[in-house]
Design a protein around this ligand. Structure first.
Ligand SMILES: [Zn+2]
Length: 421
């Protein structure tokens, strides 16, 4: 008898869909196969697609509060004239409700884990604990060349790791980017990450301008310089990685660094199209993220899956540039792998992070090959069940751990103060 049994669904196993029963014991998948199994709780999944949960590998979750706040602007102007100003008004409780809003949206669209870099991170962690969401969290640090600030930032980052690093919530270091953090600061962070045995999540090479300025100041592009100071290891996830040369891609592959690709945000801020196919060919682990809701404007990872595939086709002018299955794996398996979490696959022994989609939706009919249905036809609204760590967070489209109406009311109140910016 399993704690939870998902019966008779079409399950995404090893790159293809097969009919199977899934048994879950506590927080792990303990059976996958065709035996007639039973569970304390059973979900009848005939007529459904069953997938590993999606991993949103780069977010600033509470930026859900700024969804639609500043639009149609280039990145640096957008940050300087709007986002950084409004972020100064954020209080801890605002980050809590903004995070809850993001978590609710993610559960509804099939995300079971996310990696967040932001401020007031205790509130994000609290929202994860209360909602049952899995997450990798870090306090976003920047020294902007000041030694004193570097010390303070590192202390905040370390304290956060001490308080929250555990099983379901992993806490890591989050230096913002090589253009907001000095190389000395980044070296210190690397050293502390080694001592504490935690990873690093950082933005690298998002805009052309930022990379050109970095080369002017350091006579090498960011990834080459980061490698020179010993910063790049398997526990590093870089967000974006758009403006990379061949040598930098080889370095990322050699150091086993993962790249979180954020196609919607990159298009919206006109940052560029990352060299995903080149990175995959070189052996880089590419995963997918949404970035913050202010530059997306959703946390629906299904949009990123489809767009990842489409963008590479047009970038290379080759309709077979990237296989649908590879784009799908980037959203689940590769995300878990990037952050060293034992999930992202429907396989015995893996963490029980699973989503179920209604395969009878008209946009899924006919489903010659469900891999194509998922990658090219899904809107995100087809998700009926979301299971994280063996617990059902959404059942038949109903959220069980968060109160949607309360979130709506709280957010409407919070945003009143942003009207002055
Ligand atoms: Zn970002």
């Amino acid at each position: 008898m399993y704690d939870l049994a998902i019966k008779d669904g079409l399950c995404y196993i090893n790159g293809e869909f097969k009919r199977a029963n899934i048994g879950i014991t506590e927080n792990r998948i303990t059976y996958v196969g065709s035996d007639n199994i039973h569970g304390e709780v059973e979900i009848k999944a005939r007529g459904s697609f069953v997938l590993p949960g999606l991993f949103n590998a780069h977010t600033h979750l509470a930026m859900s509060l700024f969804r639609g706040f500043a639009e149609d602007m280039p990145l640096l102007e957008w940050l300087k004239t709007k986002i950084w100003k409004v972020e100064r008004l954020l209080e801890p409780k605002d980050v809590y409700w903004g995070s809850m809003l993001g978590i609710a949206e993610m559960i509804k669209t099939g995300t079971t884990c996310f990696s967040d870099l932001y401020i007031h991170m205790d509130e994000v962690a609290r929202a994860c604990e209360e909602s049952g969401m899995r997450a990798v969290l870090c306090y976003g640090m920047a020294d902007r060349g000041s030694e004193e600030r570097a010390k303070e930032e590192l202390k905040i980052g370390e304290k956060f790791i001490e308080r929250w690093n555990g099983e379901k919530i992993k806490a890591v270091f989050g230096p913002h980017a090589p253009y907001t953090c000095s190389l000395e600061f980044l070296s210190q962070i690397r050293e502390r990450a080694d001592e504490l045995n935690v990873g690093i999540h950082i933005h690298v090479s998002e805009t052309k301008e930022e990379v050109e300025n970095f080369i002017k100041a350091n006579s090498k592009p960011p990834v080459e310089k980061l490698d020179e100071i010993g910063f790049l290891k398997e526990d590093v996830v870089i967000a974006h990685g758009i403006w990379l040369n061949d040598k930098e891609i080889d370095i990322l592959a050699k150091r086993k660094v993962s790249v979180a690709h954020n196609p919607v945000s990159n298009l919206k801020l006109a940052s560029g199209i990352a060299r995903v196919v080149d990175m995959v060919k070189a052996g880089v682990n590419v995963c997918l993220g949404t970035d913050g809701a202010a530059s997306n404007n959703t946390y629906n990872l299904f949009e990123e899956i489809k767009l990842t595939s489409l963008l590479q086709k047009i970038k290379l002018m080759k309709a077979d540039a990237l296989k649908a299955r590879d784009a799908l794996d980037m959203a689940c398996k590769n995300g878990y792998r990037a952050y060293g979490i034992d999930g992202g696959e429907i396989k015995e022994g893996k963490l029980a992070d699973i989503i179920i989609l209604d395969s009878k939706r008209l946009n899924f009919i006919p489903a010659y090959n469900p891999v194509y249905s998922i990658v090219y036809s899904t809107t995100g609204c087809e998700v009926t069940h979301t299971i994280v760590d063996g617990k059902i967070l959404m059942e038949d489209k109903e959220l069980l751990t968060v109160d949607e109406d309360r979130i709506r009311d709280k957010v409407e109140k919070i945003i009143e103060k942003f009207a002055t910016i």
